[in-house]
Design a protein around this ligand. Sequence first.
Ligand code: GLU
Length: 589
Amino acid sequence: MADRTEGPILRLVDLFTVHQAAVPARLAAMSHSHSDRDDVVTRFAPSPSGDLHVGGARTALFCWAFARGRRGRFVLRIEDTDRKRSSDAAALGFQKALRWMGIDWDEGPMPDGSICGDHGPYMQSQRLAIYESHMERLLEADLAYHAFDTSEELDAKRTAARAEKKAYRYDRAGLAIPREERFSRAAAGESHVVRFRTPDAPITITDEVLGEATLPQGEVDDFVIRKADGFPTYHFAVVVDDALMNVSHVLRAQEHFNNTAKHIVLQAALGFEQPVYGHLSLIFNPDGSKMSKRDKDKAIRAAVKAASLETPPEGTITREAFDSWIGDKKSQLDHDALILMAEALDVTLPEINVADFERSGYLPEVLCNFLSLNGWSPGNDLEKFDNAFLAEHFDLTRVQKTPARFDRDKLLAFNLDAIQAMPEALFRERVRAHGMRFHPDFMSALTTEQFDLLADASRERSKTFDDLFKSNGWLLLADEALTWPISKPVRKAMLKGEVPGRILLEQASELLQGVEVFEGESLESTLTAWAEVHCEGNLGKIAQPLRIAVTGGPVSPPIFDTLAMLGKERCLARIKGCLAVMQDVANSA
Ligand code: GLU
């Protein structure tokens, strides 16, 4: 672990004293900032808009593991100062997603509405007075100043910079106003922002993952730390919170790397100790594109194009919504519209958010295992491990600098392996819980016995918990609602051959009528004996027509279980319906 008292902090302090001799270089170190910071404290600080994306989930997992492996503390802080984009529902969604992944936190809001920890509140929107007190310290010490530039003035300067092909930097126009005047105009309520007086010196960022980078002097201008609406900017709030919450290690997405320059100059000015930084690379799709929620729209757009659709599928979205979505390739459908379109077009939406993976029936422990391999590895070719192992072994030295590629096939293979390794009873229990949550209609249509039979019969073919529900819709259909699409395998099993399957099916139907105990074992012995005589011992010759007849298609759990789950009456009704359809097809051939 890097020594937090050495390195960039000292260098920055020097820079302040050398280059800003006219103003106090920094405020005195805050009394709390050393004594109680010996422990490792990490934090996950999501902005609660939308759902928890896999990238964010991996950040949270790494922060959690880093703290847990060092007997430190893990804080959840909700960065909701952008009031337009934030919602309490999203904040709760984040908490639930983390909990589902097996990630717990020592401080922060809890899903039951309670709050844990001594450094709260943990919602930034409730910490405005705290930010204000630190803002005042900077203003008083002339390390920050009120700036009254209008947006027109700033826009004109930006445009001028662009015309000269120069990067725009704030020109400190605000500082030309005498100090007293600034304070009195601000006190009189004139619209203004507060800008940080960035030291005139290069800024060096030291990062445990990416290494060191130095931004030349002038690269970071006098950035805004309090907006005109009185809210602190992200930069200011994050610095105050990390310090007051005693955060020792900031692990976060690489997109914040450049922001770190602003954070470390602010920390130095406020007298806060600098945490250790580690910036985590992005997660990409295998094709190198950024894994984003837009991928869902992309999948639907491709299906719309393939079907040459010019109007929305019935029962989905309005014509106007469809046209404007088609017209603007960057626009996104909302969650409900995406689901409706995906169902109508038979598209499987790519999972992007943690909640998507949960709905698709991935095991949380598998998702965590797999996510942690996206950007980290324990070495020795070890790939399968649980969160406890991760906590014990996670360190920053093995975190990759380059973007990870999210290999969905591998994730699915991991999930399949985990399901196959699961004891039967546990599979029943977990797949039932998944059904209760996501397929309540399916669950209420089956008795406990039927469901247990289905679970046992489906485990071997299940790559996810959802497979059972996706592939067994035939169980729920009313017998008269079942259809038998004539696909190639159906034609082969039913209509081809010396004795076509439909003829055998007719005979077997009579046999089934006489079966008293309609259960797996007795059905197996009856049908096997029958196949000896009528199918030259080839059970498949009757199993497949039976399967098609009772399920409508050529794939289902083992045939005896399939029959037993439906029960005698329903099997016979379905066979009758199927025979009539096959007769028609045979006649018209
Ligand atoms: N709230 C920021 C985000 O969601 C994270 C800030 C940080 O980790 O410093 O991107």
